[in-house]
Design a protein. Structure first.
Length: 361
């Protein structure tokens, strides 16, 4: 909490305001499959910190991490009823979402499901951490061989880590014309060097997607783009639930893979002329989660921070970075509200002020 003087006018003489935050009520936390332990913790830890009871629903595809976290919590002296891990099938969720005893919903997942939840409970407080199609911008000053090798390496790694199943993975590469022709072969080479295979093998860089249906969806989007005129520079092949790391050039602006979140190991390339066009290309999206800008120019970095319509800008690296203490979230259809320990604590609580008069003091 915080204390405030109120003697800015005569009526406030001898008065002091003490403001504290109190839980809005029980939180329904809904976690996705792709980071099943970390994203469960993102829901539970802030709730415990502010004293808000929480019911956590792990993803049906990955419930074990949440249940193990529950076993650890059961060894603590937290009050009974302060938390619960509740695996529920997705088709059973509407009743839970609409239960009036839970006034706060914290959801991480797809934009389609997130906004459907928010629309169904207009009187509840909803934090939505949704999708993205993260852009990596390479500007003309990032032009040495060392610079371009670094950018290509980072782009290749973070377009394919987690099988591309991260909302801040690199999906769009936007490169200045001055560096584009030298950068593209480096990206293709770095992507082809990504080792695909069994995720339990330490040598593997890229494992399978969460299901064969997910891989088939990625395959259909790449095939659609190729039929519309895109060039597949590498990849473009599916093997069961695995999809080969893929690089596409000349993707039509209206192709699904150019507009939506692919959530798979695929990136697209776009050539632009200058900083202004590059930033406009980043903003030409219904999503706005995070962007990476490869530049050495500090003034450009601050201009990017002002111009890019995203929740986070990473300078000198890919957009695929977050720290649990920083505010994390997006704008436009990438969500509502922020995660990060203190920021989620704010979302789960409301301010209540107490005014102490002179007599009380």
């Amino acid at each position: 909490g915080e204390a405030q003087r109120l003697d800015t006018d005569a009526g406030g003489q001898g008065r002091l305001a003490l403001t504290r935050r109190f839980p809005k009520g029980v939180v329904l936390g809904i976690a996705p499959f792709n980071f099943p332990l970390n994203l469960c913790a993102h829901k539970i830890a802030p709730a415990i910190a502010v004293g808000a009871p929480i019911i956590l629903k792990p993803a049906p595809a990955t419930p074990l991490s949440g249940l193990i976290l529950g076993e650890l919590l059961a060894e603590t002296d937290l009050p009974a009823g302060s938390w619960s891990i509740l695996p529920v099938a997705n088709d059973k969720m509407p009743a839970l979402v609409q239960d009036e005893r839970m006034p706060v919903i914290s959801f991480t997942g797809s934009d389609k499901v997130g906004y459907a939840i928010m629309d169904s409970v207009p009187r509840k407080h909803c934090t939505l951490e949704l999708g993205g199609n993260g852009a990596a911008v390479i500007l003309d000053d990032f032009s040495s061989d060392e610079d371009l090798d670094w950018a290509a390496s980072r782009i290749a790694t973070f377009s394919n880590y987690q099988g591309g199943q991260s909302c801040i993975s690199v999906q769009r590469v936007i490169a200045d014309a001055a560096v584009y022709d030298r950068l593209v072969p480096r990206i293709v080479k770095a992507v082809e060097a990504q080792v695909t295979g069994d995720p339990s093998d330490p040598k593997t860089d890229v494992g399978p997607l969460v299901s064969e249906d997910a891989a088939k969806r990625v395959e259909s989007w790449v095939d659609e783009a190729a039929k519309a005129g895109a060039t597949v520079l590498t990849g473009g092949k599916r093997d069961g639930a695995s999809y080969a790391p893929t690089v596409l050039a000349d993707v039509p602006a209206d192709a699904t893979i150019a507009c939506e979140e692919v959530f798979g190991p695929v990136l697209t390339l776009k050539k632009v002329n200058g900083e202004e066009e590059a930033f406009a290309a980043v903003n030409d999206s219904k999503f706005g989660l995070q962007a990476g800008v490869f530049t050495h120019d500090l003034q450009v970095a601050f201009r990017a921070h002002r111009a890019l319509e995203v929740g986070g800008v990473v300078i000198g690296d890919a957009p695929s970075y977050r720290a649990d203490q920083m505010p994390y979230g997006g704008v436009k259809q990438s969500g509502v509200g922020r995660e990060g320990v203190r920021y989620a604590m704010d979302d789960y609580t409301y301010e209540r002020v107490m005014v102490l008069t002179g007599l009380a003091l």
